[in-house]
Design a protein around this ligand. Sequence first.
Ligand SMILES: Cc1cc2nc3c(=O)[nH]c(=O)nc-3n(C[C@H](O)[C@H](O)[C@H](O)COP(=O)(O)O)c2cc1C
Length: 342
Amino acid sequence: MLNIPAEAEFQALQARGAAFLGTELAIMGGAMSWVSERHLVSAISNAGGFGVIACGAMPPALLEKEIAATQALTSKPFGVNLITMHPDLDALIQICLAAKIGHIVLAGGIPPGPAVRAVKDGGAKLIAFAPALVLAKRFVKSGVDALVIEGSEAGGHIGPVSLTVLAQEILPYIKDVPIFVAGGLGRGEAILGYLEMGASGAQLGTRFAASTESIAHPNFKNAFLRANARDAIPSIQLDDRFPVIPVRGLVNAGTKKFLAHQAEVVQKFQSGELDKTAAQLSIEHFWAGALRRAVIDGDVENGSVMAGQSVGMVTAIQSVPEILAELKAQAVAALVSRAARP
Ligand SMILES: Cc1cc2nc3c(=O)[nH]c(=O)nc-3n(C[C@H](O)[C@H](O)[C@H](O)COP(=O)(O)O)c2cc1C
């Protein structure tokens, strides 16, 4: 039964985020390379959330096609996530602006000044990832319109700090722009908690990757269904001379082979067979194409099965509208039971 006061309280808590995104719910579908394409993005936006296309390594012409195909499937707002080190970043921004994309997310590093100006001058809203309070303040000064704070619980490339800590460090001090929390979120009660701390909304990835509308291979979704939180671990670095980019994903044969590969490379470096640059490159190349292999080809043993610790809360393949309705219902139910407490 609809509980009017609890419903209104929830709406009030998420109003700023929803108004910023132009949506019914202040929930973003975090961009996921190979997964966040036209079908999932439009499904999230059509269900009242905010879908975000993952541009990843796509060339400009391909992004242009993906945006047009997504616009054919939804008339609701959605965003595009661009990686700052993409060699064609400027062209990708222009593609988004020409297609009247209202929100551009710049991920994978500090947004470069010219990119910030191009997005703003083009009339789109700019969203950036803030991994620490000092950077959050700097981004706001430079004109960023909203921030995502993503904890290390998240799937994919991660920073070192959990959302529990980032939220406490950042939410009380940044009020000028809306902040969306991400990483390890699987239930509405947790989202409600962060809204009450001052967040304007949330971003989820893992739960949407396992949705009906996600084009991820059935093997990928089934791996999510089987996994517990503890199975989603960050990539392990064997030797501090050879850094490994921290990426959270499910343990499999590939993650074990990666350790053996690093050991072999370090040994070749020590014997003089490889110089430092060649050794580092060999480590970096190990995962090339591995996400695609898992998501599209379904090779969940050797591919990279990126997933957040929230994977333990994936207990069924649900449709996107079901997931969003469930998250909201959990948040509202928490408000109802609080009001009922003596
Ligand atoms: C399979 C997968 C691929 C991802 N790829 C990207 C990406 O290309 N760009 C990005 O900014 N974040 C990426 N992420 C992070 C998500 O956008 C989101 O912030 C994260 O999944 C939130 O944590 P959760 O998985 O616990 O919900 C990826 C996450 C997953 C699970």
